[in-house]
Write a protein of this length. Sequence first.
Length: 354
Amino acid sequence: MDDLKSKYLSLVADAADEAAIEDLRVQAVGKKGEISLKMRELGKMSPEERQVAGPALNALKDEINSALAAKKVALADAALDERLRSEWLDVTLPSRDRRVGSIHPISQVTEEVSAIFADMGFSVAEGPQIESDWYNFDALNIPGHHPARAEMDTFYTHRGADDDRPPHVLRTHTSPVQIRSMEANGAPIRIICPGRVYRADYDQTHTPMFNQVEGLAIDKDISMANLKWVLEEFFSAYFGARVKTRFRASHFPFTEPSAEVDIQCSWVDGQLKVGEGDGWLEVLGSGMVHPKVLQAAKIDPDLWQGFAFGVGIDRIAMLKYGIPDLRAFFDSDLRWLRHYGFSALKVPTLHGGL
Ligand code: PHE
C-alpha cells in the first residue's frame, strides 16, 4: 500500500499536462485502475484483514484524487503564468507615426472664402462642370456670334454626326450656377458659387482647369455701393488687414455697368503686401447684373436688381500664401504644402468643429 502511494504521488508530481493527469486517474482510481482492483480483493479477505485494508484503501484513493486535483490546478496556474510571460505588450513604446495628409491650398481658401461670405449672409451654390452652351453663354447675354465666346478659349464636347444641337462645354466660369440658382429660387438671392472652371490656356498664371468663386446678390435696391462694401469686407477679412479697392470701368456682357476691381498693395523687396502702400493689383471682375441676364433666369428686372462678381480662387491663394507659380498647385507634394504652411487636416470633433 505504501508502495502504491509513493508510486502514484510521484507520478502525479511529475505529470506534465492535463492529459497525463487524466491517464494517471484512469490508471490509479479508474474503474479498472490499480486501486479499484485492490478494492475488489477486499471480498476475499478475512473480516479482520478487511477492517484494516478497507479504510486504508479508501484513504489512499482520496489522497490520490486530491493530489490529482491539486496538480490540475497547479498546471493551469503555470500555463496562465506562461501566457502572461509571453503575451506582453510594452505600452510605454512610442507609437509609429501615422501618415497624415495636408489640406490643399485650394480647399483651404475655398473654405475661408465660404466662411467669410457666410458671415455676410451668402450661401454656397454648386452646379455641373459640363454645361449646356445656353447656361454658360446665352443666358449670360453672350449670343453665338459674341466675341466673348472666342475669347474664353472654351473646351467643347462632341456631338454625334447627325446631331445638330449645340455641343456642351466645360464651363468657362461659374456664372451658369448663378443662372441655375436664380431659376430655382427666384429673388431675393445671395449666393457664392465656388468651383472648377476650364479654359484652353497654359502658362505661369494660367492652367486649363482653375478654380473660381462668383458672388451674386439680388434684391430690391442693391447698388454698386453694396458691391464695394461687400468686396472690401471680404478682402479685409481674407487678408487680415484693411484692404481698399479701386474700381475701373470695364465691360462684361452679363453686367452693366461693369468694373474691374483692384486691391491696394505694395511691393517691398519683391514681397507683395496687400492692404498697404499705393500700388494696385487687379483681382476681380464685377458689375450690376444685366437686365437680360435676370430675364433669362426668370426674374423681373423691373422689380429686382443686384451685383455679381467673379474672382480666381487659385489667384487669391497665390497672393495670400506667396505661391509664385499657378502650375505648382497641380504637380506638388506634401513637402511643398508644408513649405507654405498648410498643416495636416485636423480631426473633426464630435461637435462638428475642427
Ligand atoms: N464670369 C466672369 C469670368 O469668369 C467673372 C465675372 C463674374 C465678371 C461676374 C463680372 C461679374 O470672367
